[in-house]
Design a protein around this ligand. Sequence first.
Ligand code: GLN
Length: 544
Amino acid sequence: MARYIFITGGVVSSLGKGLMAASLAALLQARGYKVRIRKFDPYLNVDPGTMSPYQHGEVYVTDDGAETDLDLGHYERFTGVSARQSDNVTSGRIYQNIITKERRGDYLGATVQVVPHVTDAIKEFALADVDDLDFVLCEIGGTVGDIESLPFMEAIRQLRNELEPLQTLSVHVTLVPYIAAAGELKTKPTQHSVRELASLGIKPDVLLCRSEHPIPEGERQKIANFCNVRKEAVIPALDAPSIYSVPLQYHQEGLDSEVLRGFGITDAPAPDLSRWHDVTDRYFNPEGEVTIGVVGKYVGLQDAYKSLNEALVHGGLANRVKVNIRWIDAEIFEGEESDIAARLEPMHGILVPGGFGERGSEGKIASVRFARERGVPFLGICLGMQMACIEAARLAGHDKASSTEFGPTEEPVVGIITEWMTEEGLQTREAGGDLGGTMRLGAYPAKLAGNSHVSSIYGGATEISERHRHRYEVNGAYRDSLEGTGLVFSGMSPDGLLPEIVERPEHPWFVGVQYHPELKSKPFDPHPLFSGFIAAALRQSRLV
Ligand code: GLN
């Protein structure tokens, strides 16, 4: 029987609920339980795929091709459990499904309402696909009291009534602010937030109290009294020196034992936290450092490159080095050439990440050229690989080489594809069609050339599977021309039509990939491309 943990937030947003859900799941997993985490997003977008990275941070992509909230990335990184389409739902998707049914006449003339139709759809989503699980953690986006999260709260209330008495648990995340002038921690916002939650019919079992200062026993007791929970269930959640310390820290504060107690589980095995001890040991005791320049577009908001940031850190963990990331706006390289040398010479590795649109593309191409000419380790991801191909095409004499994404071009080295194969058969789309959900999305296999650099990076593998999120492809018609410059097509789609990986064997470390390896990297299982890239950067750091 799957048990449910509902995680809600109060007082303010941005308390890091996603990280808490991921950490709690990791702790339960460390005790041998099978876990899965789901995210309920109250906004009306059908999925975050069309939202600006500045609004919403990165769009995380699952193996089965869902474009999801970036919290699913935390979930995967902390538990190693591959997220699925059925792990993230928005109000928009729920309403879309209901309205489609209504138009089809499926409701047989009934009035369609938030209760029960929307709440039923939410409950159905929470209960689906949980056969072999011990715990399902459901994180509700937003803050208690928000108008848009009301149907989710109501669905939780109903579920807690309908399921078995010891089958559900409510964890509420709040903030205990420190008022410097008074020199005191304040519990009132937590009290109000719990009252708000109680007014919706949900009594929290565990309170996770975010705080910048230790919460004294007296205050813990006070919160317990006013909020109607045990003192031991008031868990202080102090700011952590690293996100990788969070599971260990919460374990020390008793979170997992308190959660298990709430379910009446008294005979749980002790957790095996060795992987987290190893990760934090590597993180806090590096034996060197490297500096990586990420030349991108959304550099003002690190959440826009969340998985990339993490994967670079993982590459550091694999090599026991600290990775300093310099986020560089590609547009600044669209002026003087000398400027670029001054900015990029201190870098031990250059990474051009995924992105959309023409802005900054010439700066990215210039960065590729710098990395190629100077022998600096280079990793190009998705748009970054496309830029590496355009750079090679220009080297080969195609002066006007460009991508059709940036407008009509005489030399479409990167162009849109309107047909491709999946396991379900031929997929097609129109060049000017909808933007939402129309990219090549999710896991696709690639075949690696036997004696290539990437094959050795992947431990000798000849076939891999990686996640995609893009609309344009490198145009195979230019292959010979690009290979003439030393850029080898070392990974292709199994039908041999779509370039997946390019590399420069003559260069110390130069790889471009059409997919997003950062999405599958984990702190305890760093992605080989990032381990390899950071290892190359470390060699470079010893040269300069
Ligand atoms: N804009 C490019 C495309 O759609 C690259 C996408 C990406 O980097 N994720 O193909």
